[in-house]
Design a protein around this ligand. Structure first.
Ligand code: SAM
Length: 243
């Protein structure tokens, strides 16, 4: 997977991405990160890339031409037209399913806006997907791009040490993950649930599944409507309803 990020703040993207698990994945060559500074494509002698909005109003708007030139500098190197993801509070709200779908791509271009956003005309020309990370407004698209790149990266083969980790995370099957415990067995008077020390893998698995169902029902009942539930899961949930 190759990520290309069009941004006015490349350091923010590099610093955020090249640490911890994603940084290790870059070092191992499992994915690559290219940042493209939109300011390098300014068509203004003062190196500006923003201007006042037509029609008046507050703030500045990123101009179409530098954004388009930055995009073309990446697209010219690629054999196929890649997906261009514009980070936008007006886009489709990002979720685990979208992360799984994006993880199938070879190349992804992220476009990060700033100020009041980007001239609509260039968005119409180059953007294939508008994606939001939630119903709130941030100062720029860099944090959303990092969030999406992180969620996509950990789904790629070899990025996580234990291949099973992603498989049982929250949102797999559209359920929240069960609670986790580590050593010591007793911490400040609180004990690890005895079943986890029982040494019976089948019982542990069933307990974890039930905990997932309980958590999802309590915290995110909306997810249950589209969750992948077995007959046993449904029976367990029906029993909870009777309590
Ligand atoms: N004026 C725009 C509007 O009301 O839709 C908001 C612009 S925002 C201040 C500047 C940039 O931050 C946007 O162009 C976008 O790239 C990014 N951004 C802000 N909030 C976001 C969110 N929730 N999800 C994704 N990107 C966001």
């Amino acid at each position: 997977m190759n990520f290309h990020v069009l941004t006015l703040f490349p350091d923010m993207i590099r610093d955020g991405f090249q640490t911890s698990i994603t940084g290790r994945a870059v070092e191992k060559g499992l994915l690559s990160l290219e940042t493209v500074n939109i300011r390098d494509f300014s068509v203004n002698k003062h190196n500006r890339v923003d201007d006042y909005p037509y029609g008046g109003g507050a703030g500045m708007v990123m101009q179409a031409e530098p954004v388009c030139l930055a995009f073309e500098s990446v697209a010219a190197k690629l054999s196929r037209k890649p997906r261009v993801l514009y980070m936008s509070p007006q886009g489709k709200v990002f979720d685990q399913r979208m992360a799984e779908e994006l993880a199938q791509e070879e190349e992804l271009i992220f476009l990060c806006g700033h100020y009041e956003g980007i001239d609509e005309r260039v968005l119409e020309e180059i953007v294939t997907d508008e994606i939001s990370i939630g119903d709130y407004v941030l100062t720029g698209g860099e944090l959303p791009a990092l969030v999406i790149m992180d969620a996509v990266s950990r789904l790629l083969n070899g990025v996580l040490h234990n291949e099973e980790s992603a498989e049982f995370d929250s949102f797999h099957d559209n359920l929240l993950e069960y609670p986790q415990y580590s050593r010591p067995e007793e911490w400040r008077g609180k004990k690890v649930p005895p079943i986890l020390l029982s040494g019976h893998p089948a019982n542990v698995e069933r307990w974890r599944r039930e905990q997932s169902l309980i958590r999802t029902r309590e915290r995110r009942p909306d997810l249950l409507e589209t969750a992948n539930l077995t007959r046993e899961d449904k029976k367990f949930l029906a029993k909870l309803e009777e309590l």
